[in-house]
Design a protein around this ligand. Structure first.
Ligand SMILES: NCCC[C@H](NC(=O)CCC(=O)O)C(=O)O
Ligand SMILES: NC(=O)OP(=O)(O)O
Length: 312
């Protein structure tokens, strides 16, 4: 594999899940594979899990990780072609990506969307520019429209905890005070549509995700109806896609509660705001898989890096 920037880069999700489970059983089995190889992790946005689990994955493969907070610490990067750089940006992505490629064998990038300009966000100009101007493979650590390391993690976690052969999985919107990206929900949807699960989405009217991503997935505007017989309830807030970036609904009726989820397992990518998105009673109970999910971030990243290293 060259780049990993989308769930669509997974050729066979079931075999990837099995391989990741194998890595989890014996995390140091490929400790020689990444020897003397360097991965650069570039963060344009905050992170706890991605930053640590991707480094851990690299270390398990014998790689050397180097990490940089681009926003604030590095020079402002210009992405426009032909721009007269007399504003706040000090170096062009053409130089930046070429330079970093000399230090690193793989570059991983986190760059969130603006949520104000849909066309610009959907162009994925940060990730695409790295792909274009870097001479080494590029991994998404959450971009404007996707979080494929998270989506793969979630697929692994569901496979580990499923008690029936075709579990019912619900992706439910929940309230939040800020405008949040669609990336996690998009990649989760793409992953679930590749798996043998019954997958439905619950969100208020006006909050349907990009129809090109949801495809024929049933969308409920009634959460209770969607939750009937659910085995997994995956929760995430996202701002409106239709009225791009809008937050005009923080209806507490959509918060996830113990009463609502019944026997279903609760999942969330984290970080999660307690008692806004989900009540304490859920997170503090055995219904919650959020810590197990976060653990699987290491093995999802390790599998992706292993596949890239094998093709270097
Ligand atoms: N990487 C996982 C989620 C990142 C981001 N969440 C956030 O920005 C939450 C921020 C807050 O709660 O203030 C998102 O929704 O895509
Ligand atoms: N789930 C996730 O990507 O967490 P971080 O934003 O902390 O990396």
């Amino acid at each position: 594999m060259k780049h990993y920037t989308s769930i669509n880069d997974i050729d066979n999700i079931n075999s990837w899940i099995e391989e990741a489970k194998g890595l989890k059983k014996n995390p140091l089995q490929n400790i020689e594979l990444g020897k003397n190889k360097t991965i650069g992790l570039l963060f344009f946005n905050s992170s706890l899990r991605t930053r640590l689990s991707t480094q851990k994955a690299a270390l398990n493969l014998g790689m050397n990780p180097i990490v940089m907070n681009v926003s604030g610490d590095a020079w402002g990067i210009e992405f426009g072609d032909g721009t007269v750089m007399n504003g706040s940006t000090a170096e062009h992505i053409k130089e930046a990506a070429a330079v970093v490629s000399q230090y690193c064998d793989i570059i991983a990038v986190r760059a969130f969307p603006s949520l104000t300009d849909r066309e610009l966000d959907e162009s994925e100009y940060v990730l695409e520019s790295f792909k274009k101007f870097a001479s080494v493979p590029v991994v998404s650590m959450e971009s404007a429209t996707g979080h494929p390391l998270q989506g793969l993690t979630d697929a692994i976690t569901i496979s580990e905890h499923a008690k029936v052969s075709k579990p019912k999985v619900v992706l439910s919107w929940a309230p939040h005070i800020k405008a949040l990206p669609h990336a996690v929900a998009n990649s989760f949807t793409q992953a679930m549509r590749k798996m043998d699960v019954e997958f439905v989405i619950a969100n208020p009217e006006g909050y349907n995700l990009n129809p090109e991503i949801t495809g024929d997935t049933p969308i409920y505007h009634n959460q209770e109806e969607a939750f009937k017989d659910a085995d997994f309830i995956y929760t995430k807030n996202w701002s409106s896609y239709e009225d791009y970036g809008l937050v005009d609904n923080i209806d507490p009726e959509w918060m996830i509660t113990k009463d609502k989820i019944g026997d279903a397992k609760f999942m969330h990518c984290l970080p999660v705001r307690r008692n806004l998105v989900v009540e304490d009673a859920v997170l503090d109970s055995d219904s919650s898989l959020v810590i197990q999910q976060a653990n699987n971030r290491t093995y999802a990243a390790q599998l992706v890096l292993k596949k890239i290293l094998e093709d270097l």
